[in-house]
Write a protein that binds this ligand. Structure first.
Ligand SMILES: [Zn+2]
Length: 320
């Protein structure tokens, strides 16, 4: 909308042509030009690239982890909203895959291949205006996160992996959970004794779940949860599935890890309050490296503009 004449400013014409003036500015032209030309080398000089060893260990055991999220919102007031989250860890069986017709793969053949080599997980969150008797949305989502990580159909393996990472059980040192914010009294000194999954806040005495350490409650109000809670859950659960594979080999035959490549769809980054697992993961990767085992994890990010795969290999010991 044009502004009218005042003592300090002349009147403005409501014309798109007025915008052309600004395009004559050399600075603006330079900005427009830079905006239109994608710079493929953005940040490349700041990445501490490591050369690939000329003849390294072949990574012939490949595992992929992926997830999906769907938020369903009722168009009618009060706009009830639920989020469905699915994740899966799949072993990519290259021999079985090579037997499948690459031009026209039979869907049943793909289904059979996947059912033999994948772990699936699914859960659902009430985000807004969906009643769980006796519980606020805040506490219902906290409880669902806790119970979902225990997933009995996966023999509680993701929960065991969460404890393995959070308590750094691989280190052999029995320590309590690093301090986190209590979801009830907001004390920053909430913790749980070694290897426990639930307990009470040392300050207010209310019930704590191990999953509270990741701070999902910081994205929730009493009767509403942000969509980002479900997205963060999916991301964390993908990471737990991926590390379930790593933990399995670490505890049974760690030498096999030298042949494994773990691929996560999307960035490896865990953001904001959910980053509580990042330091334990880094310490584990360094610990593994000191024992002569490099653990190869890739986060695959697709840039649709350039249709290129921008994968970042994070060798053990790197903190990038
Ligand atoms: Zn408390």
């Amino acid at each position: 909308m044009p502004y009218s004449v005042s003592k300090r400013l002349p009147g403005e014409h409501a014309s798109k042509l007025g915008h052309l003036e600004v395009l004559r500015s050399p600075l603006v032209q330079q900005l427009v030009q830079n905006f239109e030309q994608p710079d493929v080398s953005v940040g490349a000089d700041r990445i501490d690239w490591q050369p690939m060893p000329p003849r390294g260990q072949q990574l012939d055991l490949i595992f992929g982890v992926d997830g999906s999220i769907q938020v369903i919102e009722d168009e009618r007031p009060p706009h009830k909203a639920l989020a469905f989250v699915k994740t899966a860890l799949m072993r990519i069986d290259q021999v079985a895959l090579s037997r499948i017709d690459k031009e026209t793969p039979h869907p049943f053949a793909l289904r059979d291949l996947m059912s033999d080599s994948a772990l699936y997980h699914a859960t659902i969150f009430p985000l807004r205006h969906v009643q769980v008797p006796g519980l606020s949305v805040y506490n219902a989502v906290r409880q669902i996160i806790f119970e979902s990580v225990q997933d009995k159909s996966l023999d509680r393996e993701p929960m065991e992996t969460l404890k393995w990472l959070a308590y750094e059980k691989w280190s052999g040192v029995k320590k309590q959970l690093p301090a986190f914010q209590c979801p009830h009294c907001e004390s920053d000194q909430a913790t749980l004794p070694y290897d426990t999954e639930r307990g009470t806040c040392p300050r207010c005495g209310a019930e704590l779940f191990i999953t509270d350490m990741m701070g999902f409650h910081l994205d929730m109000a009493e009767e509403a949860a942000s969509d980002s809670v479900a997205t963060a859950y999916m991301n964390i659960h993908e990471t737990l599935l991926l590390f379930t594979g790593i933990r399995y080999f670490w505890e049974t035959n760690s030498e096999i890890l030298k042949r494994c490549l773990f691929v996560k769809d999307g960035p490896l980054q865990i953001r904001a309050q959910y980053s509580k697992l990042v330091n334990p993961i880094r310490r584990f990767l360094i610990h593994a490296l000191h024992r002569g085992i490099s653990i190869c994890i890739i986060g695959q990010e697709l840039d649709f503009g350039q249709i290129m795969m921008n994968s970042r290999l994070i060798p053990a010991g790197k903190t990038g």
